[in-house]
Design a binder for this molecule. Structure first.
Ligand code: SD4
Length: 338
């Protein structure tokens, strides 16, 4: 239940100056009005699928699963699920996790051949005593539970990978979402595909319960076996039903180092607005290595228990989609560098 006393506490913090005054989070329907937010422009279509459930008083957990299944199944999305760009050896390996209002969580890491890793993650949460299954074990579990083995490397993704191989130094590429990367020339260039765009989705249902999901094919051309932040509870996703939820996108290694999504939720617990909580997490990354930060992107997205939301990222260009009773929109996140 939403704890009024806590938020009275928060208002005291606000009056003592802890809340950021310059850029307040968007004000949305109060706790109990359904709301879904998710990373990047393609979050809009995913939100729509989630809204089909939330709008009919469905559970936030079902909504986030159904929502992120949209980009997972989309062959034109090269950074999530089917059609995702492979690792440097040509394997499409997927990372996903899900978390509910009771802090139940499930995760799969480095899972191959399954179009909907988020549903496997949910099954790990609901049918096993564990939180994480990886690689072969995750695949065996999925197949034993009725998931179909499929080739996830589409002809288009394979073509992009083969182009990249021509010039690759057999190294993962530094990712900057707001620029386009030409894999053939190994340089930033107009016209190349975006390098990566994970979907992280946060929802509140009509009971006021919060759940989240995050799913990705990870950093393109990563080393085989590499796992990013997205399937790591606390890094790529965190939900605390008393306070709020957060998710991340961008260079996972940087997010893992600061346990980013958990950090964002903890900042909200201290009374900071969602946008300011995200900004503070970004600040941690930038301050650790300001020079490196100039060449990388990380974006955080957060929802508070009272229906406020906000985002912040390192480089310009991170967008997020919001769907509620009052809006269905895509917003630009504010960024550290302009
Ligand atoms: C990763 N965080 O594997 C993911 C990739 C991503 O936008 O978010 N891309 O590091």
């Amino acid at each position: 239940m939403f704890n009024r006393r806590k938020f009275l506490g928060s208002s005291l913090l606000a009056s003592s100056g802890l809340f950021l005054r310059t850029s307040p989070a968007k004000i949305l329907p109060q706790a109990g009005s359904p709301l879904v937010i998710s990373t990047w422009d393609f979050g809009k279509a995913a939100n729509q699928a989630a809204w089909e459930i939330l709008g009919k008083n469905g559970r936030a957990l079902d909504a986030v699963e159904a929502g992120v299944m949209v980009p997972e199944a989309d062959p034109n999305n090269h950074s999530v699920g089917y059609g995702g760009l492979p690792d440097r050896d040509g394997h499409v390996t997927l990372d996903a996790c899900i978390m509910d209002e009771k802090s139940n969580c499930g995760s799969v890491m480095c899972l191959e051949f399954i179009v909907h890793p988020i549903s496997v993650a949910r099954m790990v949460m609901e049918k096993t005593p564990h939180v994480v299954l990886t690689g072969e074990g995750a695949l065996e579990f999925a197949l034993a539970n009725g998931f179909k083995k499929e080739n996830l490397l589409t002809p288009e993704s394979e073509k992009i990978w083969r182009e990249w191989l021509k010039n690759s130094k057999y190294e993962p590429v530094i990712n900057i979402e707001n620029k386009k990367y030409s894999f053939a020339e190994n340089q930033m260039a107009p016209g190349g595909p975006f390098n990566h765009d994970t979907i992280g989705m946060l929802a509140m249902d009509s009971r006021g319960d919060l759940c989240g999901a995050c799913t990705t094919s990870g950093m393109a051309f990563k080393m085989h076996g590499r796992v990013g932040d997205s399937p790591i509870i606390g890094a790529g996703l965190f939900v605390d039903n008393e306070i709020g939820s957060a998710t991340s996108t961008g260079v996972g290694e940087e997010v893992i180092r600061i346990v980013g999504s958990h950090l964002v939720v903890e900042f909200m617990r201290q009374g900071f607005e969602p946008r300011e909580a995200c900004r503070r997490a970004v600040e941690r990354i930038v301050k650790r290595d300001p020079k490196k930060a100039m060449d990388l992107q990380v974006g955080f997205l957060a929802m508070r228990k009272d229906g406020r939301y906000g985002a912040f990222c390192i480089q310009k260009g991170f967008t997020y989609a919001v769907h509620s009773n009052t809006e269905d929109k895509i917003y630009q996140s504010e960024s550290w560098f302009s």
